[in-house]
Write a protein that binds this ligand. Structure first.
Ligand code: FES
Length: 110
């Protein structure tokens, strides 16, 4: 078992996470306010942008392979190096869906 340092950019929060536990489970244990919902890698509520470092997350089914290179689903992700993560950042595909929904809602008001 190897321990890695996980730093959350912009918050000053840092935790030590082993390569055998998920980042989310350690956040919950340490009282870090990481959002989550399904805890099975599907909803993306626990997403964070990987600013620096590597994770393994083979069960992160909510992400495409390309997205998984830049985003971690913290409920599934285990560190493979020291990390810097930006919590509450979602893959562009999710951001695009939000924008489309907003545009549709605005169009319905006309
Ligand atoms: S909590 Fe749903 S994907 Fe992590």
């Amino acid at each position: 078992m190897t321990e890695y340092t996980v730093e959350f950019v912009g918050t000053g929060e840092t935790i030590e996470v082993s390569d055998t536990e998920t980042i989310l489970s350690k956040c919950i244990e340490e009282g870090i306010a990481q959002e989550y919902s399904c805890r099975v890698g599907m909803c993306l509520a626990c997403s964070a942008e990987i600013v620096e470092g590597d994770v393994t997350q083979p069960a992160a089914r909510g992400l495409t392979d390309e997205e998984a290179e830049n985003y971690a689903l913290t409920c599934m992700a285990r560190p493979q190096s020291d990390l810097k993560l930006d919590r509450g950042k979602y893959p562009p595909s999710i951001e695009d869906e939000s924008a489309a929904t907003t545009e549709t809602a605005a169009a319905d008001d006309d």
